[in-house]
Design a protein around this ligand. Structure first.
Ligand SMILES: *[C@@H]1O[C@H](CO)[C@@H](O)[C@H](O)[C@H]1NC(C)=O
Ligand SMILES: *[C@@H]1O[C@H](CO)[C@@H](O)[C@H](O)[C@H]1NC(C)=O
Ligand SMILES: *[C@@H]1O[C@H](CO)[C@@H](O)[C@H](O)[C@H]1NC(C)=O
Ligand SMILES: *[C@@H]1O[C@H](CO)[C@@H](O)[C@H](O)[C@H]1NC(C)=O
Ligand SMILES: *[C@@H]1O[C@H](CO)[C@@H](O)[C@H](O)[C@H]1NC(C)=O
Length: 716
C-alpha cells in the first residue's frame, strides 16, 4: 500500500512529523539499522519473545531452550539450557510452542556412555549470563561447562557451531564429545516419534507427532542432522538414562498411563584440534527426506557456510527494515531500540511455510503461526500492510486458501492445527483492512464468501472456527448469557465480548459488501453491526471496593428471555481476577466490561453519546487508564490509548501514548507489558511512536506527534 499525500490530507490533523516527499533512502552514513534491534527485548517477564536466529517469516528458528520461561525457547531468566532446537514461535501464550528434537552436546566422563546425562532435567546446564549474544540472524551463548554454542538460520535449516574445550579422562585420554538428539519438544507433548542413525555418516533422521500449543489435534514434524568438522567416533540410541551403540534406530510411543519415555539418538565425534563441531539441521513438515533436502540445498557446505549464512540473514533483515528510516532528533537510543526491535518482531511470526504444508496441495502461499488473530488484527497486520504489503498480501491469500481447503478462516492457527478462537471471527477484520487499504493480489470474491460463511453458518465446533450462537445472533440480535445453542459447540461464555466482536466483524463484512457493490448485503450486515447496542444497560453503575466510580451505563449480559444478567464491570480486570477460556470463564474474555465498553470501533459517534457525551467519555478513558483497570499487557487495550481522538482531544491520546512508552515498554529483556503475541505488542509500540495508529478494518489512522524528529519514508 502507498500512503499518498492526498490520503494523508484527508486526515484533518496537521502532519508535522513526517518528511513527506523525501525519497532519500537511508544513506551510507546512516548507522546500520540492525544495531538498534535487540532480540532479547521481551525475553523475560512473560514477553515470551523468540530471541534466536531467524530469517523474516522464517520456519527455522534455532535458539537455546531453557527450563524456565521457555514458551519461545529461551529466556534471560537465568534458568538452565536443556538443548538447542530449530522450530519455535514468538511471543505466544498457551503452552510452550514447538522446540522439537533438541540437540545437546556434552562429554561423558571417562568416555563411558552411561556416564553422560541424557534426560532433560539431568543434562540441564546453566548458561553464563553475560555470554548471551542475540542479533538478527544470530544467537550464541556459553554453557557453564565451557561449551560455546552459536547458531544461524536459512529458511528451513539451522546451522549450529559448537566450540568444545578439550577434556580428558582420568588416564589422560582425550574425550570424544557426545551430541544427543531428544525425541521431545518444549512441553513434552510427543505422542510418538522415531529416530534412525546412519552409523557410517552419523546422519540422524527424526520424525514425530506432537500437540499444538493452543489448538486441537496433532501435527507431525521431521528433522535431519549432519555433523561436520570432526571424525565420527560412534553412534547409537538412548532411553531414559541408559545408552548403547548396538541399535541405530528407535520408535517410542505413549503406553501405560500415557507414560513419557525420554529417548533419542546420539553420535560421538573425535574432538578436532580447533574444537569446532558444526551441526546442520534441516526441518520439514513433509518428510525426513524433505528435511534433509532443505538442509542440503540451503546450506550446501556447512563447515564453510556459517558466516555467509549469517550475513545473508542480516541482509534480509536490513531489507525488511528499509521502508523507512528515522532521524531521531536527540531521542535516546533506548527509544530507537524499542522501535526497531518492535518492527523486527512483527516479522518472526507468522511463518512462511509455503511448500511445507502436508494438508493440501495448492499453488497459493501457506503461512502458519497466526497466533492469534485476536491479537494480531489490531496492529501487527495493519503494520505489515504498510511496511511489507507483499508479505501481508501473501498472508491474506494463505488465510483464504485455508478457508478453501478447511472450510473456515482461522482465528488462531499453529503447527498446521486449528487454534482456539478467543472472541469473534477476527480474520474478517484482517480481510476488511486489506480491502480498504487496497492490498493487491487477493481474490475478493473468495474473501467475501469466507466472511459470509463466518457470519451465516455456525460450525459444529466453534471453539476453533467460525462463530457460535448464530441462531440467537440472527433472531435476538445479541449473544445471550447462557445461550441455548444446539447447533454447535464451544465454550458458552464471553456473551458480551462476543457480541461486541461479532458486531464489528459484521461491520467489516458490510464494508467489503459495499465495496463489491452488494447493496442488500451491505444494508443487512450494517444493521447487524448495531447489535452491540442491545447489551448496553443505561442504568448500570460500577463500584470499586464499595466506592461508586460515578459512571453510569455499561454493557451487561442479557439472558435469552431479555432479562439482564450481571457481571461486575471491573471483573476480569487487573483489579479482580483473570478470565480466559479455561480459567474463570466469564462474559468478557481476558478483559473487563470496563475495557470492552470502548470496543465499538465503527460507531464511536453513537457510543460517545451513550456514555454521556465527550467530556464524560474522556473522564471514563482517564479513569480507566489511571485506576489499574487498563491492562496494557493484553491487546484489547490498544485502541483505548488513542480513542480520545473521537472526543476531539487527540493531544490526550498522545499524552497517554507517551506515558505508556517508556513506562510499560522499555528496551530491557523484561521490557514488554505482556506476551508479545507474535509481534502484536511490538506493532503497538511502532505505530504509537510513528504517530499513526490504525483503527483496523477502516481506512483510518489516528494521528499523534511522532516520537522522533523525522521519519523518512520510501512510501511516498
Ligand atoms: C544470571 O541471571 C539470573 C537472572 O537475572 C540470576 O538469577 C542469576 O543469579 C545470574 N547468575 C549469575 C551467576 O550471575
Ligand atoms: C502417532 O500418534 C498419532 C496421534 O496420536 C497417531 O495418529 C499415529 O497413528 C501414531 N503413529 C504411530 C506410527 O503410531
Ligand atoms: C483504494 O482505491 C480506490 C479506488 O481506486 C481509491 O478510491 C481509494 O482512495 C484507495 N484507498 C487507499 C487507502 O489508497
Ligand atoms: C480493595 O480492598 C482490598 C482490601 O482492603 C485492597 O487490598 C485492594 O487494594 C482494594 N482495591 C482497590 C482497587 O482499591
Ligand atoms: C429469564 O431467565 C433468567 C435465567 O434463566 C431467569 O433468572 C429470569 O427470572 C427470567 N426472567 C423472566 C422474566 O422470566
Amino acid at each position: 500500500m502507498r500512503i499518498s499525500q492526498r490520503y494523508l490530507s484527508l486526515l484533518s490533523i496537521p502532519w508535522t512529523g513526517f518528511a513527506l516527499g523525501d525519497n532519500s533512502p537511508a544513506t551510507s552514513s546512516t548507522p546500520d539499522v540492525l544495531q538498534h534491534v535487540d532480540p532479547l527485548i521481551g525475553s523475560n517477564n512473560g514477553g515470551n519473545v523468540f530471541a534466536g536466529a531467524s530469517l523474516p517469516y522464517g520456519m527455522a528458528k534455532p535458539v537455546a531452550d531453557v527450563d524456565g520461561q521457555n514458551t519461545g525457547g529461551f529466556s534471560t531468566d537465568g534458568s538452565k539450557v536443556t538443548g538447542f532446537s530449530t522450530l519455535h514461535d514468538s511471543g505466544t501464550g498457551g503452552n510452550p510452542s514447538l522446540g522439537n528434537f533438541p540437540i545437546f552436546p556434552q562429554y561423558c566422563p571417562d568416555d563411558e556412555i552411561n556416564n553422560c546425562r541424557f534426560p532433560k532435567t539431568a543434562r540441564a546446564t546453566h548458561y553464563v549470563n553475560d555470554s548471551v549474544v542475540a542479533r538478527p540472524g544470530y544467537f550464541a551463548l556459553s554453557l557453564e561447562n565451557g561449551i560455546r554454542a552459536e547458531m544461524t538460520a536459512s529458511h528451513h535449516a539451522a546451522l549450529y557451531r559448537f566450540t568444545l574445550p578439550p577434556a580428558t579422562a582420568t588416564d589422560g585420554r582425550a574425550l570424544s564429545p557426545l551430541f544427543l538428539v531428544d525425541l521431545t519438544d518444549l512441553w513434552d507433548s510427543r505422542q510418538n516419534a522415531s529416530v534412525s542413525i546412519d552409523a557410517d555418516t552419523g546422519r540422524i533422521k527424526t520424525e514425530g507427532t506432537f500437540l499444538p500449543s493452543f489448538g486441537a489435534g496433532s501435527y507431525r514434524t521431521y528433522a535431519c542432522f549432519d555433523f561436520e568438522g570432526a571424525d565420527l567416533h560412534d553412534s547409537g540410541i538412548w532411553v531414559n538414562d541408559r545408552a548403547g551403540t548396538d541399535r541405530q534406530d528407535l520408535f517410542v510411543t505413549r503406553g501405560f498411563n500415557n507414560f513419557y519415555l525420554q529417548a533419542g539418538g546420539f553420535v560421538r565425534v573425535k574432538r578436532p584440534d580447533n574444537g569446532i563441531v558444526t551441526v546442520r539441521v534441516g526441518v520439514s513438515y513433509i518428510s525426513t527426506d524433505q528435511a534433509c533436502k532443505n538442509a542440503e540445498s540451503e546450506i550446501p557446505r556447512p563447515e564453510d557456510d556459517f558466516d555467509a549464512l549469517r550475513k545473508t540473514a542480516e541482509k534480509a533483515w536490513r531489507e525488511k527494515l528499509s521502508p523507512f528510516s528515522i532521524k531521531p532528533g536527540g531521542v535516546s537510543d533506548d527509544l530507537l531500540r524499542i522501535f526497531w526491535s518492535g518492527v523486527y518482531r512483527t516479522m518472526l511470526d507468522p511463518q512462511d511455510l509455503t511448500g511445507e504444508n502436508p494438508l493440501w496441495t495448492s499453488d497459493e502461499p501457506y503461512f502458519d503461526s497466526f497466533y492469534c488473530i485476536w491479537d494480531s488484527f489490531r496492529a501487527q497486520h495493519p503494520l505489515l500492510t504498510i511496511i511489507d504489503p507483499t508479505a501481508q498480501s501473501r498472508m491474506v491469500r494463505s488465510l483464504l486458501d485455508t478457508y478453501k481447503h478447511e472450510g473456515w478462516l482461522p482465528d488462531c492457527r499453529m503447527s498446521l492445527c486449528k487454534g482456539w478462537t478467543q472472541g469473534g471471527s477476527n480474520a474478517d477484520v484482517v480481510l476488511a483492512d486489506a480491502y480498504v487499504k487496497n492490498l493487491t493480489g487477493i481474490d475478493w470474491d473468495l474473501a467475501y464468501e469466507a466472511m459470509v460463511n463466518d457470519a451465516e453458518n455456525e460450525p459444529l465446533e466453534w471453539s476453533y472456527e467460525g462463530r457460535g450462537g448464530l441462531t440467537s445472533w440472527k433472531r435476538l440480535n445479541y449473544i445471550p448469557y447462557l445461550d441455548f445453542d444446539y447447533e454447535g459447540f464451544g465454550t458458552n461464555s464471553r456473551s458480551i465480548s462476543r457480541t461486541l466482536e461479532y458486531a464489528y466483524n459484521d461491520f467489516c463484512l458490510a464494508t467489503v459488501a459495499r465495496g463489491l457493490h452488494k447493496p442488500d448485503d451491505y444494508t443487512k450486515y450494517l444493521a447487524r453491526a448495531n447489535n452491540w447496542r442491545n447489551l448496553f444497560k443505561p442504568d448500570q453503575t460500577s463500584s470499586i471496593n464499595g466506592t461508586d466510580t460515578g459512571f453510569v451505563g455499561f454493557f451487561q449480559p442479557k439472558f435469552l428471555n431479555g432479562t439482564w444478567g450481571y457481571q461486575d464491570p471491573i471483573a476480569c480486570s487487573a483489579l479482580a481476577s483473570w478470565c480466559s477460556l479455561t480459567s474463570n470463564p466469564s462474559e468478557t474474555f481476558e478483559s473487563s466490561v470496563w475495557e470492552y465498553q470502548f470496543y465499538v470501533p465503527h460507531m464511536m459517534s453513537t457510543l460517545i453519546p451513550l456514555l454521556s457525551g465527550p467530556s464524560t467519555f474522556i473522564s471514563r478513558l482517564d479513569f480507566f487508564h489511571t485506576s489499574g483497570l487498563a491492562d496494557m499487557g493484553n491487546e484489547p487495550v490498544f485502541l483505548t490509548v488513542f480513542q480520545y481522538h473521537y472526543a476531539g482531544r487527540p493531544a490526550l491520546s498522545s499524552r497517554r501514548a507517551h506515558s505508556y512508552i517508556p513506562s510499560r515498554f522499555n528496551a530491557t529483556p523484561g521490557g514488554l507489558p505482556g506476551n508479545d503475541d507474535s509481534g502484536a505488542m511490538g506493532a503497538f509500540a511502532v505505530f504509537a511512536m510513528l504517530g499513526l495508529f490504525p483503527n483496523p478494518g477502516q481506512d483510518v489512522y489516528l494521528i499523534t506527534p511522532p516520537f522522533f524528529e523525522e521519519i523518512l519514508s520510501l512510501w511516498i
